[in-house]
Design a protein around this ligand. Structure first.
Ligand code: LLP
Length: 463
């Protein structure tokens, strides 16, 4: 690995430009277990290992960039959610965070259900053997073909998102001579404390049917009249990367209020409520996420209390964590290509990927951590911005991060907590090829999603 010296970049706190960082961490070689998956450590040479394999070997064998996914970590997080919610509740993993056939099999083995939101996700789930009755089908504009396929497959629930969709699903189920289990997605009018683009329970956005003005009650009224629908419950998802449970509290209060109104008007007590996903994870050491058992306890207490007050039987609760299961299980492994110190500003570190494998920084101003992983270093901390190889100045992977001052081309660096919404939102921008997902476990690595090739790109280009 080549290591060239470069002029000293800006390093000291008194000359640091504005940014999201605080002081440089005391030890740049330390790996905070909050942001790295459970089997990550450094070997005696300072090289990061995961699942018993060192990253230099992974880079040699699979190339960079690569998403490296710790299977034991994934399974143990999935199991922790399952155990925390117990037999009286259901955990639906939100496939949009990251979905592949291997993941579907792991979820199946660990006893989780699956939330899909497109025909493609449904096809992946079914092709990997997820029983259809354990699949929930979401989306604010499911096509007739997607609905038909879901009903034919026998999905356990379709979450209805609009008045038109109530009619569409009822019609298709009737045609197919079946009765489809459905939930109705409502917006409870909660302002979740998260980025505007990932908040979903305030009224002025596209998802769900507002409780306000009696619209959700009207939707339930209509759905209950349709014989080909079995209304099993109400669904609410308030947003993503949320740490504060108070939004869920308000949501549960309002959803239970609707259940009570339904009971009073129709004499039926709907048996289920789904409180969605959205629980936050640690992207940097400043984030303090809650453990699944704390979340399960808090949600079940809220729902039980609200139902007691409304004199309702407590419904079966379900949740849909995506990020909280898969997010912390993977890191992206990059090779450093260039190191460019800009005097008085910061040092730009260019890697061999970028916004095509992680759009979250550009899209949500997301914060990430980063570490030098092919060796340890005692060099002074250097303020860096980790950027990609795309033709765009907003192509930033990690906005503000300290890396060792002797960082050089050929070094491997890794960005942790990229398991959720990175591969699943990856693009081919600039015809850059999407990286593989390599799963590691017990000293073995295997590709679960292969690297895209130029042939893959050209195969679609039929002009
Ligand atoms: N359930 C429903 C109905 C959802 O819409 C979502 C996420 C989830 C569950 C899972 O949320 P999670 O637990 O993963 O936060 N691309 C954005 C996140 C968009 C989330 C969309 N829906 C990001 O990268 O932050």
């Amino acid at each position: 690995m080549s290591r060239s010296a470069h002029p000293a970049g800006p390093r000291h706190a008194d000359v640091l430009p504005e940014g999201h960082y605080s002081a440089p961490p005391a030890d740049l070689n330390a790996l905070d277990p909050k942001v790295w998956s459970q089997t990550v450590t450094r070997d005696e040479h300072g090289v990061l290992t995961v699942g018993g394999i060192d990253v230099k070997r992974l880079a040699e064998e699979y190339g960079t960039p690569a998403y490296v996914l710790d299977e034991d970590d994934f399974r143990s997080r999935a199991r922790a959610w399952r155990t925390a919610f117990g037999e009286d509740a259901d955990v639906f993993y939100a496939g949009k965070a990251f979905l592949s056939r291997a993941v579907v099999r792991w979820l199946n083995e660990e006893g989780l259900n699956l939330d899909v939101c497109s025909g493609g996700e449904l096809a992946t789930a079914l092709s990997a053997g997820m029983p259809a009755e354990r699949i929930a089908f979401h989306g604010n504009n499911k096509s007739a073909a997607e609905i038909r396929r879901a009903v034919e497959a026998g999905v356990g629930r379709i979450v209805l998102d609009s008045f038109q969709e109530i009619v569409r699903v009822a019609h298709i189920a009737r045609e197919l001579g079946t009765r489809q289990r459905v939930q109705i997605r409502v917006t409870v009018g909660v302002e979740a404390h998260t980025h505007e683009f990932i908040a979903t329970a305030h009224e002025d956005q596209k998802f769900g049917i507002p409780l306000a003005g009696g619209q959700a009650a009207e939707a339930v009224r209509r759905a209950l009249q349709l014989d080909s629908l079995e209304v099993i419950g109400i669904h609410s998802h308030i947003g993503s990367q949320i740490f504060d449970m108070s939004g869920f509290e308000v949501a549960a209060h309002r959803v239970v209020g609707l259940l009570k109104d339904i009971r009073d008007e129709h004499g039926v007590e709907l048996p289920e409520i789904d409180l969605g996903g959205g629980l936050g994870i640690a992207y940097t050491s400043d984030d303090d996420p809650r453990e699944p058992h704390e979340i399960a306890k808090a949600l079940s207490e809220i729902v039980t209390r609200e139902c007691e007050a409304a004199k309702l039987r407590t419904p079966r609760i379900s949740v849909e964590p995506g990020r909280a299961i898969v997010g912390p299980t993977a890191f992206t492994l990059y090779e450093v290509g260039t190191v460019k110190p800009l005097e008085g500003l910061r040092t730009y570190v260019s890697v061999d990927g970028g916004m095509s494998d992680n759009i979250r920084t550009a899209l949500y101003d997301a914060e990430y951590s980063v570490a030098l992983v092919s060796r340890s270093s005692d060099a002074e901390p250097m303020l860096t911005r980790v950027v990609g190889k795309h033709c765009e100045s907003g192509d930033i992977v990690v906005k503000d991060a300290f890396l060792p001052g002797d960082l050089a081309p050929g070094d491997l660096i890794a960005v942790p907590a990229t398991g959720a919404y990175c591969r699943s939102m990856a693009s081919n921008y600039n015809h850059v090829l999407r990286p593989p997902v390599v799963a590691v476990k017990d000293g073995q690595a295997r590709v679960i999603v292969r690297r895209e090739t130029e042939e893959d790109l050209l195969r679609l280009d039929v002009g």
